[in-house]
Design a protein. Structure first.
Length: 256
């Protein structure tokens, strides 16, 4: 048994500008607010954060950004800083595999971002995950170990209840081919063991670990039933009207 609060986050990626984002958030909100006992987080594109913030204000549904830079201000064209997000977003996704693959983010950059998130009262959802070549070559453990150590070092050990780690195998993202429950459980267990090595058993016990990669209403409960997994990071299915159903199934699975 654990008293970690389950968490389901919807990563809308590069979809829904301010008007569409506001309308979609409003359309799912009445269902989402009824799911208590799971933290639900909506992560729209940066330009739509204020519009969705206005919709969620005063509710139990949280707002997350999809990325940020680690400097507070300056000559970083196109970037968004932690100070700009502070007070607007509750969470920030960091080191998503699309950021790592298409935009060259390294573990070191992700780590600086995570440190900056803590310094600005933003809760980081830090993504790790192996590519298919890594898995096929038996390198999953090595890759996850170096990502966890590289991305998650030096965080405040007394505030780790604010940290979420998302295990997202790259080959499962947007492919309709989710990890098997056993593979997800094995890697979630590995991530927890590494965090215990880094921070100690008591400190690490409050860190939440999500699974992500082709999560839908059809498999969310299976992943949520895994003791080391506290919920899911959802891409495609978070843009559907029944997103709240994923949160509801997560709650049911955790209560069972
Ligand atoms: P997916 O994306 O649910 O569409 O596979 C997950 C993610 O990228 O976080």
């Amino acid at each position: 048994m654990t008293n970690r609060m389950p968490i389901v986050a919807g990563n809308w990626k590069m979809n829904l500008g301010p008007t569409e984002a506001r309308d979609f958030a409003a359309s799912i909100l009445s269902d989402l607010v009824t799911v208590r006992g799971v933290e639900s987080v909506l992560c729209p594109p940066a330009i739509s954060l204020p519009a969705v913030h206005a919709v969620l204000s005063g509710t139990n549904v949280k707002l997350g950004a999809q990325n940020m830079y680690y400097e507070e201000k300056g000559a970083f064209t196109g970037e968004i800083s932690p100070t700009m997000l502070q007070g607007l977003a509750d969470y920030v996704i960091l080191g998503h595999s699309e950021r790592r693959t298409h935009f060259g983010e390294t573990d070191d950059m992700v780590n600086r971002k995570a440190v900056a998130a803590f310094a600005h009262d933003l809760r980081p959802i830090v993504c790790v995950g192996e590519h298919l070549e890594d898995r096929d070559a038996g390198r999953t453990e090595r890759v996850i170990t170096s990502q966890v150590y590289g991305s998650l070092k030096g965080l405040p050990s007394n505030r780790l209840d604010e940290l979420v780690v998302a295990y997202e195998p790259v080959w499962a993202i947007g492919t309709g081919r989710a990890a098997t429950p056993k593979d997800a459980a094995d890697v979630a267990g590995l991530i927890r063991a590494l965090l215990v090595e880094m921070y100690g058993a008591v400190e690490a016990s409050v860190i939440r670990v999500q699974y992500g990669g082709s999560v839908t209403t059809a498999n969310a409960a299976t992943f949520a039933a895994i003791p080391d997994i506290d919920g899911s990071l959802v891409g495609g299915a978070s843009l559907r009207p029944d997103f709240a159903e994923i949160a509801r199934q997560t709650l049911r699975a955790k209560k069972a």
